[in-house]
Write a protein that binds this ligand. Sequence first.
Ligand code: ADP
Ligand code: MG
Length: 261
Amino acid sequence: MSQAPTIIYSIANQKGGVGKTTTAVNLAALVSAQNKRVLIIDSDPQANATSSLGVKLPENGLTLYDVLVNKHPLDEVIQPTYRPQLFIVPSSPDLAAAEVEMVRFLARELVLKKAIEAISTKFDFIFIDTPPSLGVLTINALTAARHGVIIPVQSEYLALEGLGHLLNTIRLIRDNLNAHLQIAGVLMTMFDSRTKLATQVVNEVRIYFPEETFETVVPRNIRLSEAPSHGEDILTYAPNSPGSMSYQAVTKELLKRSEKF
Ligand code: ADP
Ligand code: MG
């Protein structure tokens, strides 16, 4: 019997505050709730994914920084979470220094991909959260994203502004570092149904990304913004909230899209 591949997605958009971490944490949690073994890799020095899941730095202090800069085995940096099937490679503010320190490395774009290769058969899915920049950390995440990138887009004015840079980076990485890199999904976030503009923005994005955009649109929902301060994903914190319902629907769409691999 052949083993199913580990499906690896990065969540990226160099704009801050568009819902990358919210999407990474909740997709990872909800996929793990479907009885899949899931790893979330926090590749943002702000460590929001780590704190959103209530994960404290381990006693040995090991984080993604040690993997990227000191070549520490990823296996030894993985921490459990309150969900039995969900694990995390935590981040810490030191990771900001990795951007600078890795510049002198040969094949610096491949460090995360190689670290994941050593452990990936242990997981069904890996989600990589990225910082709001297109630096070495994001390039490593996109190079490691064997099954594609999920791009959260805020449903507001200028949503598409700056996406050109990201699309260009994706193209360059596809041509040089990761031939598999595709847009696995575009997710409209923080949708406010009371404004006409939000609907216009969603329509505009669907014209640019007709295949890629998820049917589900994530509404602006206060529960989604409260959950991280409780160290909980949305299914645990407010299972019946509109935010929870929407991320459950996106999870379903993503699992369907993942069947082709
Ligand atoms: P990024 O990782 O792209 O910087 P975050 O996921 O951290 O973005 O989201 C930015 C802020 O908006 C956070 O405070 C988060 O809790 C909040 N937020 C994200 N998605 C929603 C949503 N759908 N409704 C309300 N608040 C949201
Ligand atoms: Mg973030």
